[in-house]
Design a protein around this ligand. Structure first.
Ligand code: MRU
Length: 359
């Protein structure tokens, strides 16, 4: 195996390959707790509760899940193993609906399993192939994030004020991240950016996770409430907005954390470039437009009680808690991928990117 894990990797495989070691992101920034995950229910829960989160990271995790499950069964009949894995993939796929990387990685592993079975592999050989493929998904993600960071950095200038929403850093991917990639790479190369992180209600990925990553990296960082972006833009403090994405439809509409589309509308009003950053695996050609993207709805208690000593809304109050929204392609200045910086019209540039590399 060529991939060398780092302590800071949000997910990695144990040396004996029996479990996945995952940083529990629900405990950050206060505690760095690592989970040891080997059972399907633990995997499902880790994704559902956002212990493992961020579209690319969920994809990498799902790749390992399939390998660890296959390894744990000890089944010698290949047909039986493949049908067990099919059930596992369906279960894990139902944990969160919006980020396409989850189903993308599960489908990729199922294709490996089915090809292996069709070519006459034994169960243990097939399991080894799943481990190899999981590591490939992880390695590819690291390489893609690096390219996204390079491509994004080419659009920024030393001294820029940047706004981010949610967390699209190394915690949400593997190293560098997508939305934070150009910032972290820029820091290594001597750029001084001033980054404003939306706290990102209701689960506070901006305040808890983006600030944690940027402060650790020594980046000049200020946490703001989500409703402060307009003021910052009006005051001329923001030269570009950088966000990640969970699914990009064929026409360029992009799903990302709830609140992203509002930031994009503000950026358009103030004439500020709005960049969406993500790997090619986040592009979903089978989803025609943003209207076709399923938006996850989460427990209302995340809004009413989760961060408070006392409930902050009456028990009887109705509460709506969509986890994502869709930014219309017309608001996106460029989609920055590992396969190049894509510009409108996105129907064409995305389809070209999916066919191969693009400068
Ligand atoms: O609900 P989360 O925390 O998984 O949402 C994450 C985001 O919205 C990220 O911006 C997106 O997954 C891209 S991560 C590189």
């Amino acid at each position: 195996m060529g991939l060398e894990y780092r302590e800071s990797d949000p997910v990695r495989l144990s040396d004996d390959r029996k479990h996945i070691i995952a940083l529990d992101q629900t405990r950050l920034p206060g505690e760095e707790v690592f989970l040891e995950i080997s059972k399907r229910q633990e995997m499902y829960d880790a994704i559902k509760t956002l212990a493992v989160r961020g579209a690319p990271c969920i994809g990498v995790f799902a790749g390992y899940c399939m390998a660890v499950l296959a390894g744990g069964y000890g089944i010698s009949d290949v047909g039986e193993l493949v049908s067990k894995l099919e059930e596992d993939a369906a279960c894990l796929d139902s944990s969160r609906p919006t980020a396409v990387n989850l189903s993308w990685a599960l489908k990729r592993q199922m294709a490996v399993a089915k090809e292996g079975a069709a070519s006459g592999m034994k169960a243990d050989e097939l399991t080894d192939r799943l481990y190899e493929e999981a590591v490939s998904i992880h390695e590819e993600d690291i390489a893609m994030c690096m390219k996204i960071a390079e491509n994004g950095l080419s659009l920024l200038h030393d001294g820029d004020g940047l706004l981010t929403h949610c967390n699209a850093g190394a915690l949400a991917t593997t190293r560098y991240g997508t939305g934070l990639g150009p910032i972290l790479l820029g820091k290594e190369r001597g750029y001084e950016f001033h980054v404003y992180s939306d706290e990102t209600r209701p689960l506070l990925q901006g305040a808890r996770l983006t600030a944690y990553e940027l402060v650790n990296a020594g980046v000049d960082e200020t946490v703001v409430c989500d409703n402060m972006a307009s003021l910052l833009m009006k005051q001329g403090k923001i030269q570009a907005v950088l966000v990640g994405c969970d699914r990009i439809a064929a026409n360029g509409d992009a799903a990302n954390k709830i609140g992203t589309s509002g930031v994009a509308i503000l950026a358009k009003y103030y004439g500020i470039p709005f960049y969406v950053l993500g790997p090619y695996s986040t592009i979903d050609p089978e989803t025609a437009t943003g209207d076709d993207i399923e938006i996850e709805e989460r427990d209302p208690e995340e809004i009413k009680t989760m961060w408070y000593e006392k409930p902050m809304a009456p028990a009887g109050a109705k509460c709506f808690n969509p986890a994502f929204d869709v930014t219309d392609h017309s608001l996106i200045t460029a989609i920055i991928t590992d396969r190049g910086i894509l510009r409108p019209p996105y129907t064409e540039s995305l389809s070209e990117a999916l066919q191969g590399s693009r400068a």
